[in-house]
Design a protein around this ligand. Sequence first.
Ligand code: ADP
Ligand code: ASP
Ligand code: MG
Length: 404
Amino acid sequence: MARIVQKYGGTSVGDVERIKNVANRIKAIRDEGNELVVVVSARSGVTNELIARAKAIHPNPPEREMDQLLSIGEQETIALTAMALEAIGVGAVSYTGAQAGIFTDKVHTKAKIKTIDARPIEADLSAGKVIIVAGFQGINEEGHITTLGRGGSDLTAIALAAAVKADKCEIYTDVDGVYTADPRVVKDARKLPEISYDEMLELASLGSKVMQTRSVEFASKYNVIFEVRSSFNNNPGTIVKQEVAYMEKVVVRGVAVDKDQAKVVVSNIADRPGTAAKVFRALADANINVDMIVQNAGQGGVATLTFTVPQTETLKAEKALAPVLKEIGGSITLDDKIAKLSVVGVGMRTHSGVASTLFTALAGADINLELISTSEIKISVVIAKDKADEAARVAHKAFHLDQL
Ligand code: ADP
Ligand code: ASP
Ligand code: MG
């Protein structure tokens, strides 16, 4: 007998037939005598639809109310999944995030999990039930519903796997593992049998939506080994785990594209100590994730700061910077017709020439680089959004990822 945490994403529970399919898969594992805690997402498209409705009513909806609204998507699927299991003779009970004891901080729409009180789940597991938990949601100390950021059901699953000391954690989605690039964009992308936390973390944070970034961070911190698999077949998936020595032999493990970023240019600001600090303090206070910061050399007493922020946060960024710009001068322009392309691999620590290979390949396709940033295991460039898919294919080929 093993204790297994599974997560089924939005497409996997996308309609009644698919929910029945998930119930049958759960039954098969349960019939082998295993204990199961199953996290489900909202049906695919539901969260987006709810956001669109909110925006049609209020341009910048109060975040507490957003969480009230967005949490209902998952509440539908937990109940339907539990019913589907009961209908085929499997005892099941559904839990909202609060009922599952998932306590978070107070940051609405991207709350962090603080603790999980697993006692109610343990009690129902002992009673022989399959537990169905709503992904993406928790409760804060004041009793308000919070959500964990887009894709947050992954985090619910990984955190529960740690909390109930699961033997296995399986993330079921609509592709059968983590590929060298998004298989929908790069047709000859290859499935990776395994990948390190560090590489998965970079790919996720650089735009590969297959796993939520924070869930990978959590897995790495608590050493939760997990497998990404498809709910539509029985193919082996991708194991995500601590790095092992041979992994460094591959220089580039994968290519990621992020089309949800915007470029912010703050120009004509005073070129003196403390201005950058003021700009980024204001953005940090507004909980905005800033990336790819570049400052040009100041000329004539003024400087320009360029950086990227998530597209969803451009309005918030503009608002947060308004008082600062009054103080330090300058003006702001936004450009959301950009994309970030990145190549990732732990082998970059020990191999050189990755940047030149990437830049040469992109130049060969006449793709202009607007910003560049590097770290130990990745290189990212900002390019025009309409060139992003082509750039992904070009980079994938340049590193021979189709021949892995
Ligand atoms: P779920 O609803 O199950 O959480 P997501 O849509 O969040 O599923 O994630 C799965 C999707 O991630 C796939 O359909 C695929 O298009 C996309 N994806 C992006 N990059 C990759 C990659 N490197 N490997 C696999 N899938 C990827
Ligand atoms: N339903 C949420 C979303 O679409 C959470 C998830 O699917 O993981 O972001
Ligand atoms: Mg997802």
